[in-house]
Ligand binder design. Sequence first.
Ligand code: NAD
Length: 312
Amino acid sequence: MKTEKIGIVGSGLIGRAWSMLFTSAGYQVMLYDILPDQLSAALEYIDIELHRLEEHGLLRGHLTAEQQFKCLRTTSDLKELSRKAIFIQECIPERIEWKRSLYQQLDDILEEQTIVSSSTSTFMPSLFTEGLRHCHNMLVSHPLNPPYYIPLVEIVPAPWTSPQAVEFTRQLMLEIQQKPVTLKREVLGFATNRIQYAILNEIWHLVDKDILTVRDIDTVMNEGLGLRYAFLGPMETAHLNAEGIRDYIQRFGGEIHKVSETYDAIPKMEPGPTLDKIAEQCEEMVPRDMLATRRKERDAFLTKLSALKKEF
Ligand code: NAD
């Protein structure tokens, strides 16, 4: 077990997952929330979850569930949370005015060594750290849901984040067995959502024009592209699909351009006939009262997949 302290702000879905990831490496984790009930619910959830993972042989790290749970404390006092913390991971709801207010409060009490990192999925770090005294120690570490099973973390610095804060965060993510990628500078949507939204835009058009059903689109991914992408990225895939990437572009670059020229303009995703069609087909595939069951299945599949990936 370690003596260093990690603070987690916000004990919802993502705060709980980060708490488990940091305790899995033996860090002393302190969890803070404005709602005391949330804190007790989080403790109960984490206790059950750690023991369930242990029972199924899926617990991360070398410590037992009990040892990991013992690394966890809660507080309703932000000052207590930040005292002697080497790193704080913020996980409050995605409301810019809430984030700004929290970062302002933290700025007033932070110690010099503490790095503060946001789980935000959509806000560039400059939006809520500009002008703060400790802005050089603030950045984004964006996880993917569920973080315990999907290891990617996008580290996104603001223009004023110090290289030391970025490197410290990257090393910490590696230590807790996550897989960080570091953006050289902030960009809207970071990397994952920029790529994901390009896919969703095209899917919207394909369904709108009645070229494919929702189910068939998912089959294109989960029985086709996704199978490769689970262990090779698109770039290595291309590199292997010819005699190297130069050969691939020489052979297919023209075709890629020809197809790309037929893409429609970026769709406005809003309520209307296209969304009605997509929603009807999605709900046929997974009825709304089955979403929770399907999420559990997703987590179980992802766990098996990550175990399999360790063999590569
Ligand atoms: P959530 O609603 O499940 O939990 C938020 C928690 O923050 C609640 O317990 C709430 O009581 C607490 N809170 C609210 N204001 C607070 C404050 N000022 N100080 C301390 N605690 C406060 O939210 P979530 O889904 O865990 O999302 C948290 C962050 O993670 C968001 O920025 C979100 O964009 C990001 N994120 C979410 C997902 C996801 O799929 N849910 C994935 C990646 C990143």
